[in-house]
Design a protein around this ligand. Sequence first.
Ligand code: Q46
Ligand code: ZN
Ligand code: ZN
Length: 310
Amino acid sequence: MKCRVCRGPAVIDIRRHNANFCVDHFVRHCGQQMERAISDFSMFEREDSLLVAVSGGKDSLAIWDMLVEAGYQADGLYIGLGIGDYSDHSGAYARAFAEQRSLVLHEVDLERDHGFTVEQASTATGRVPCSACGLSKRHIFDAVALEKGYDVLITGHNLDDEAAVLYGNTMRWNVEYLRRQRPVLPARNGFPRKVKPLVRLGERETAAYCVVRGIDYLVEECPMAAGNSHLQYKEILNQMELESPGSKSVFYFNFLRNAAEVFGSDTTAESSEGNQEVMTLSACESCGSPSSNDICAFCRLGERVKAESR
Ligand code: Q46
Ligand code: ZN
Ligand code: ZN
């Protein structure tokens, strides 16, 4: 197996590109794919300040590393969710990465700073943990980005994640979500722009990137994810990819190219000024975050957990 670029010994084959790469050219390939996503979707400019949502897993550490290597100004944000050992381990990987590279890592701990854990919220609401977890993460990412003045929030969603989410939303014809499934969600009042610069890389590639760059990451999956439909969709798509390399990429990028507009665009609703949705948002009376209710969904969740535990 020879590197497509230099003909030296290759360490990885990427079947959808019909290409093999040596370590150096693979790292370069990953950086180029990230830059292409940033420019194709106008994600951000060189001078923007970036906040990376860091979980301690391969994707978030890979994108943070690629951004820093490419010279972007990128700090990290880690949220302790209180999911037993998983949270302890994930925090340790995120901190070690930041310390080794002298990067800024902000930390929020759900229990210490907001008085509840994901598991407690799940019990109190009777809903799956991922529901309270997703709500809490979105709220905290927005709040920290706003409070600390970052221009853009970066998440490590890769091609496999996005194709699986698209598959799930299509299976249910979940039009509301299809409308919002873009690699860029523009800023709106009080909410930062959110972007996914890893959409051109699969998770096998982000894992390989971490290995060749010497990045230690948490391999263990969140225990709450076991058996969820997102993982099942990934398996189905992996099977298709095996038989027909490139299927995931075609499915996702052709959706963006040919079909996304059919479901309407969130661009208007998400634009930063002067649209109706923004006009109706006021500050949450409890935390000050933009909200369409007097008390935002996150603060209501916290209140509910406290009420249940009394
Ligand atoms: S961390 Fe949270 Fe995920 Fe765990 S509880 Fe679900 S949403 S699976 S990315
Ligand atoms: Zn090479
Ligand atoms: Zn609030």
